[in-house]
Design a protein around this ligand. Sequence first.
Ligand code: TXA
Ligand code: MG
Length: 342
Amino acid sequence: MDGNHIDAEVIKEAGNIIREGGLVAFPTETVYGLGGDALNPRSSEKIYRAKGRPSDNPLIVHIADVEDLGRIVREIPESAEKLVKIFWPGPLTLILHKSDIVPYETTGGLDTVAVRMPINFVARELIRAAGGYIAAPSANRSGRPSPTTAKYVLEDMDGRIEMIIDGGDVQIGLESTIVDLTLDEPTILRPGYITRQMLETVLNEVEEDSTMMCEDSRQAPKAPGMKYRHYAPKGDMTIVTGDAERVIEYINTQVDFYRKQNKKTGVIGTDGRMASYRADVCKSAGRPDDEKMIARKLYRILREFDDENVEIIFAEAFATSGIGFAVMNRLLKAAGHKVVRV
Ligand code: TXA
Ligand code: MG
């Protein structure tokens, strides 16, 4: 089902499943979500169980209409009003102080709540049909790359949830930008399509959680979910950065080494260099200067490595402008911060 072909009957049925405490996976513009009633503590518990996710990792509450924000937060600060006006509906999640009707099961025990209003029309119709508030993490089993197409939701969730709405491929491919508005300064906890530069056109200054791009085990990230090894393929992944020729040479030497041990090798990189790699499976995420395409293809490629049983994976480092910063954030996590400079 897509935004131009809404099946009202199916939306109604899906809404009823959620109202009755069940779970429905659905498309958003970022990644597929695993939805349950955000105001029902039992539903949130079910979500954690279906995902195999630790329950201290809070869920994002999805709404369909701006007027619905007021009921679930204690107050709407001016900064939130400004951001909502420009970026909602869209791939931006705001952290605000929660109101009493939001159960702690949904917020992982926190007094704050994450809220987002997706632009995807199927998602918004479903949210309305379900009563207005859908808690939805990405619809993957915990630790795996977020699903960018319904096939991968089915792979992870078959038998664990009541329904999947197939809305085709997502447009963005990486999870929403998360901005915490409960701290002294607005702070990005997870980078995404909406960049710091874009946020700073609306708010004067925006900070970044310092743990976002580095591996500092002494400091906990402010978004509890960001502390887990995440988005990870089953194979062992290393990012190789440096001059193009030396990156190719290094990866090929490693590939030869692992091949002798009968390990299946893979490379994820960009157009133009693919023919130079000797790995068993070589996948291009797009042109080096097309960060949006790379973002859209990243998780699919990581899952394809799993499908093809690739054991050792090497990744080129991608450009970090625009959404490229978020791409590198996810890639670093997928690689467990294993980076080789050549
Ligand atoms: O694009 C998205 O945001 C997707 C789609 C489905 O909307 N959802 C998504 O949800 O990525 P999830 O659960 O996979 O990631 C939510 C992140 C986690 O890292 C979690 O720790 C953080 O948001 N989070 C949620 N509530 C929070 C809060 N109150 N304070 C800090 N971080 C929070
Ligand atoms: Mg997730």
